[in-house]
Design a protein around this ligand. Structure first.
Ligand SMILES: C[S@@+](CC[C@H](N)C(=O)[O-])C[C@H]1O[C@@H](n2cnc3c(N)ncnc32)[C@H](O)[C@@H]1O
Length: 209
């Protein structure tokens, strides 16, 4: 069982500056999807290879995973995929973020760390202040996708996002995945495990209005 990284540790105060879109991607004009807490990035490799008309940026707080993923993307010469190391909350709060955020069309928070104890809720990646930051940064129409197998965490994330009047819930039944960042409904590593073990999945999609 891996030890969860405490995102509030002072080690993560300093952040890696996100390079310009030109430096990250072969074609900087493509729609950009952000995956927060991407772990080793398998999900993003599958997406980037299967759907070359989008750019993908993964943000992950475990440095070793990011180093390995970056190297793999470079070796395979994948031009629509980039990884950044750090606490996503701090990275997106950085002034530099406004330079790449304009291309962001969607963000996924898939199976984030649950931090079950109440005193640790503040370590959860989705926080009211963070959603407020996103509501100020994101363009109208930008989508947020959440997914988890932990009902309590789902309720917490849903309440936090829904309490912000800049986001409305989309009807999943009528959602057209073929036009989204994930036209082939690729699954994350955790999602595959959850499906294999027949656990419940709770998910929702929101749009910036
Ligand atoms: C349970 S794993 C899920 C990984 C992947 N999304 C999946 O579905 O398989 C959650 C990941 O989020 C990362 N993480 C947790 N808090 C974070 C933060 N504040 N910023 C960036 N990454 C974070 C963890 O290190 C971990 O790799």
């Amino acid at each position: 069982m891996r030890q969860h990284v405490n995102p509030l540790s002072k080690n993560f105060k300093e952040i890696e500056r996100i390079p310009s879109l030109n430096q990250m991607f072969g074609d900087p004009s493509l729609n950009l999807h952000l995956d927060i807490g991407c772990a080793a990035g398998e999900f993003l490799f599958d997406l980037a290879l299967g759907n070359t008309s989008w750019n993908y940026l993964g943000i992950e707080i475990r440095e070793k995973l990011v180093k390995t993923a970056k190297l793999k993307a470079r070796e395979r010469e994948i031009k629509n995929l980039y990884f950044a190391f750090g606490n996503a909350n701090n990275i997106l709060n950085d002034v530099q973020s406004k330079f790449f955020i304009k291309n962001v069309k969607s963000i996924s928070f898939y199976f984030p760390d649950p931090w079950f104890k109440k005193r640790h809720y503040k370590r959860r990646v989705i926080q009211p202040e963070f959603i407020n930051t996103l509501s100020n940064l994101l363009q109208i129409g930008c989508l947020i996708f959440i997914k988890t197998d932990v009902k309590d965490l789902f309720d917490y994330m849903d309440t936090t996002i829904s309490s912000n009047y800049s986001f409305k819930t989309l009807d999943k039944k009528n959602f057209n995945y073929s036009e989204s960042f994930n036209p082939n409904k690729v699954q994350t590593s955790r999602e595959k495990y959850v499906i294999e073990n027949q656990l419940d999945i709770f998910d929702k999609i929101y749009m910036k209005i």
